[in-house]
Design a protein around this ligand. Structure first.
Ligand code: FAD
Ligand code: NDP
Length: 513
């Protein structure tokens, strides 16, 4: 401890923190567990640990976005991620349903207008109720909640910084880091930070974003552009390479095709070069076509960067504790037990290297750390076959390997791909286009044909995939799937009915019942 303080920067010694930390560390640690970051992973871990009668505290602090947006307890998912996103996706789906409703005999008088302010107020009120719910739960479980920004003083001591600059020192036997990530801004595009927003701002806008350019082509970009289009706004996706990198590319292309066919504009193989404020107050964005080098520009009301997320590790002073990160990604390196390079310091969720950036994995990993620490459990988080869904207007849910990954791992000759283009029954009377409603099941080719991956594009994809994920986790085979009786008439039953292989070249279009 003294050695660490000797080695620490001058400001620490000046501030007297080392003296205080030394005094504290010679005593018993104040907490059994200190969790830094009150989002999906951190809250789950803290609540679980409290069940074992341990003294637990969780620090959560939200730095406002560069545009000044801030929010309460609960992390990304609750405030600026899954929850507001899914609710706004639902708002867009309802707009689509209004169109369908006419075909089903409802008299809907047109034009119908969407009121962004009413939607965002309702969504924000719900999010605020979740913030409050988390605080109550922590109180009920006797977890100390501290609205402080945490950083290391030494491996057992966290300095908590209050909004006004006041500091508190906290010591703990075990520390779990769960500070998540924040959206990136491009660094080389003039006006990007000054004029652009990110998903951290979109969900908290009081007024409609209007004509919006969304830069990037992954989960965040396609989901946000999808619901903006569905709400009747003019939305453009600027994509420099492929959509949904890392996903099965046939499925990703179908998702993007559907969006393009239903009103989202795509600027492909383009990269923005500058953003300026025009005299009329709108934003003039200039971009370059990557193939020809030609430049073009257009005006937008809002520019949203969805170019990836950076782990929130910079302000943690990880070097004071000796916690190692990947120098390229900035993410914390952990082993299968979520242990960092320091044995009593753990990390879960979006700040960890090589883990999916998803709420359920952060929650499960956080709970399991608490159970291993205090509950005599040895169970590890299993990151295989994690299901996920992209909530684009036509949803895409999947679990397991993409066709490319399966072919790469086992060889194209050793996999069998069953597929079908199908029409959800609800689309028929509504006369909706089902060109991209597609299912693909990737199996091993030999013997019982174990299922390696399942991919589904269609309504309620998340609900469809969730149950099948259990089967695949349990090692389900094609023959078991084929023996599974479908529930008629649903879209999910088409999974159990898959029988055309890609190899056969036969038409995979489902006809009749
Ligand atoms: P977070 O939930 O981000 O929590 C970290 C917390 O730590 C934050 O409150 C942060 O302010 C705080 N913090 C940071 N630094 C400090 C510090 N030094 N001291 C104290 N507190 C600190 N996942 C899904 O599964 N399904 C979805 O549909 C989905 N949709 C998404 C949509 C969007 C737009 C985005 C951006 C993400 C979405 N995700 C979704 C991903 C999901 O939100 C994250 O994977 C999840 O929230 C990660 O949880 P976490 O615990 O790692 O971090
Ligand atoms: P990703 O890192 O997945 O994607 C970033 C996108 O931005 C890519 O399309 C990338 O293109 C593009 N990009 C990067 N830099 C630039 C640049 N300078 N100019 C133009 N385009 C650029 O980030 P996301 O923010 O979309 O998602 C982060 C994570 O959040 C996801 O991995 C996911 O786990 C989670 N999430 C989950 C959701 C869900 O479960 N439904 C929803 C939303 C997020 P390229 O491919 O060429 O690099």
């Amino acid at each position: 401890m003294a050695a660490l303080c000797r080695a620490s920067p001058r400001f620490l010694r000046k501030s007297g923190l080392c003296r205080t930390a030394r005094a504290l560390s010679s005593e018993k640690h104040e907490y059994d567990l200190l969790v830094v970051g009150g989002g999906s992973g951190g809250l789950a871990c803290a609540k679980e640990a409290s069940q074992f009668g341990k003294k637990v505290a969780v620090l959560d602090y939200v730095d406002p976005s560069p545009k000044g947006t801030k929010w309460g307890l609960g992390g990304t998912c609750v405030n600026v991620g899954c929850i507001p996103k899914k609710l706004m996706h639902q708002a867009a789906l309802l707009g689509r349903s209004l169109k369908d409703a006419q075909r089903y005999g409802w008299n809907v008088s047109y034009p119908v207008n969407h009121d962004w302010s009413a939607m965002s107020k309702a969504v924000q009120n719900y999010v605020k109720s979740l913030n409050w719910g988390h605080r109550v739960q922590l109180q009920d479980k006797k977890v100390k909640y501290l609205n402080l920004k945490g950083s290391f003083v030494d491996p057992h001591t966290i300095r908590g910084l209050m909004k006004g600059g006041k500091e508190t020192l906290l010591t703990a036997e075990n520390i779990v880091l769960a500070t998540g990530g924040r959206p990136k801004y491009p660094t080389n595009i003039a006006g990007a930070r000054e004029y652009g927003i990110t998903s951290d701002d979109l969900f908290w806008l009081k007024k409609s974003p209007g004509k919006t350019l969304v830069v990037g082509a992954s989960y965040v970009s396609l989901e946000c552009a999808g619901f903006l289009t569905g709400l009747g706004l003019n939305a453009t996706v600027m994509m420099r390479s492929i959509p949904l990198r890392g996903f099965d590319q046939q499925m990703a292309t179908l998702v993007a095709d559907h969006m393009e066919g239903h009103g989202t504009r795509f600027l492909k193989k383009c990269s923005p070069t500058k953003v300026k404020k025009a005299e009329n107050g709108r934003l003039r964005v200039t971009w370059k076509y990557l193939d020809s080098g030609k430049e073009k520009s257009d005006e937008f009301d809002t520019v949203m960067w969805a170019v990836g997320r950076a782990p929130d590790t910079q302000t943690l002073n990880l070097e004071m504790a000796g916690v190692e990160t990947n120098p390229v990604t900035g993410k914390i390196i952990v082993d299968a037990r979520e242990t960092t390079s320091v044995p009593h310091i753990y990390a879960v969720g979006d700040i960890t290297e090589g883990r999916p950036e998803l709420t359920p994995t952060a929650i499960a990993a956080g709970k399991l750390v608490a159970q291993r620490l205090f509950g005599q459990s040895a169970e590890l988080m299993d990151y295989d076959n994690v299901p996920t869904t992209v909530f684009t207007p036509l949803e895409y849910g999947c679990v397991g390997l993409s066709e490319e990954e399966a072919a790469g791992r086992f060889g194209a000759d050793h996999i069998e791909v069953y597929h079908a283009f199908y029409k959800p029954l609800e689309f028929t009377v509504a006369e909706r286009d089902a060109a991209q409603c597609y299912i693909k099941m990737v199996c091993l080719r030999q013997q019982e044909q174990r299922i390696l991956g399942l991919h589904f594009i269609g309504p309620n994809a998340g609900e469809v995939i969730q149950g099948f994920a259990l089967g695949i986790k349990c090692g389900a085979t094609y023959s078991q799937m084929a023996k599974t009786v479908g529930i008629h008439p649903t879209s999910a039953e088409e999974v159990a009915k898959l029988h055309i292989t890609k190899r056969s070249g036969a038409d995979p279009t489902v006809t009749g019942c």
